[in-house]
Design a binder for this molecule. Structure first.
Ligand code: UDP
Ligand code: MG
Length: 313
């Protein structure tokens, strides 16, 4: 039996008019299975250009537990989640997608684990059958690279779908970075965590808001914000190259002294020049990735701009 709790359900939404009604029906059904429950649904409208906000307003009018934050434009999911985290009041919060790919029924299991003392309860996909082939491969590559580079590996096959305790919420609110990689942040703050396995269904309606260019940039953000290794590794690569160059140089000098001038060598010269040129541009690019993000951070702009808040007193 579950105790009465104060739970915030945080839902980011961007052009989800086809989905919102399905979501409310399901989440209400889940919540009504625990009638003594005190909860709020914090809907963050991430600058939708369709009717999402109007639909949300209708729900908010009928039910004061439905709270709405609407952004001045599209800021992306991470920012929407962050706004929900900053504005929620529950003893715990659940981060959930509106498209029902994160089954609301799982929230009951999350709460049970939370009451056992876990501060982070996250959904772990058992497989990626609902994803296409390329998405699966690229996701795997991302997790591999991320976990290789980062000091704080993120569990494979987890999304943002999770319950976090108030202590975690307060910790996340202290993170000052402007560009947010929620999975990394939530992982970095620590706390006692446990996974709940589930099978991720396909989207109930509508279409995904991600394309491969967005995902690529998202992956870069994740890596750049969680590790400085790509910057620092060049000290070692450079040292290795310098030592090798010295050794090879000595060998050439010696050979020239012993056997005379060795004119051929055009091919190896060209290979070396191209290779080094490539590495130099790569390093410049990596520097650029970091510097661009430093610029974003020092500008110190707000993470999101709110246009309207409904049912927050
Ligand atoms: N979303 C958002 N802002 C965006 C893109 C997406 O708030 O710019 C929300 C979206 O409405 C949904 C969740 O983030 O609730 C996940 O989006 P989506 O289903 O498109 O991503 P996928 O499940 O394909 O990773
Ligand atoms: Mg989805």
């Amino acid at each position: 039996m579950l105790d009465a709790v104060d739970l915030s359900i945080i839902v980011p939404m961007y052009n989800e008019e086809d989905v919102v009604e399905f979501f409310f029906a399901r989440i209400r059904e889940v919540m009504s299975s625990v009638p003594f429950y005190k909860y709020e649904i914090v809907c963050v409208d991430d600058g939708s250009s369709d009717n999402t906000l109007d639909i949300l307003k209708k729900y908010a009018e009928d039910d004061k537990r439905v709270k709405v934050i609407s952004f001045s434009r599209n800021f992306h999911k991470e920012q929407a989640l962050y706004a929900g985290i900053e504005n929620c009041t529950g003893h715990a919060a659940v981060l959930i997608d509106v498209d029902l790919q994160d089954p609301p029924e799982l929230i009951l299991q999350f709460i049970e684990k939370w009451q056992e003392g876990y501060q982070v309860v996250y959904g772990e996909r058992q497989d990626r059958k609902s994803d296409g082939f390329i998405k699966r491969i690229t996701a795997l590559a991302f997790y591999k690279v991320y976990n290789l580079l980062s000091e704080y590996p993120i569990p494979y096959n987890t999304g943002d779908f999770r319950l976090i305790d108030r202590k975690v919420i307060e910790a996340v609110k202290r993170m000052k970075e402007k560009k947010l990689f929620m999975k990394g942040i939530l992982n970095w703050v620590g706390f006692k965590s446990i996974a709940v396995p589930y099978t991720r269904p396909k989207r109930i309606a509508g279409t995904t808001k991600w394309n491969y260019w967005k995902l690529w940039n998202f992956a870069l953000d994740g890596i750049v914000f969680s590790t400085t290794l790509p910057l620092r590794i060049w000290t070692y690569v450079g040292s290795f190259m310098a030592v090798s160059a010295l050794m090879y140089g000595s060998f050439i000098v010696l050979r020239t002294l012993l056997y005379g001038n060795d004119v051929p060598g055009y091919a190896s010269l060209l290979v070396f020049i191209l290779f080094l040129g490539g590495i130099q541009f790569l390093v410049l690019g990596i520097l650029g990735e970091y510097i661009a993000r430093i610029l974003t951070e020092v500008k110190d702009r707000p993470i999101y701009i709110i246009n309207e808040k409904i049912n927050f007193d």
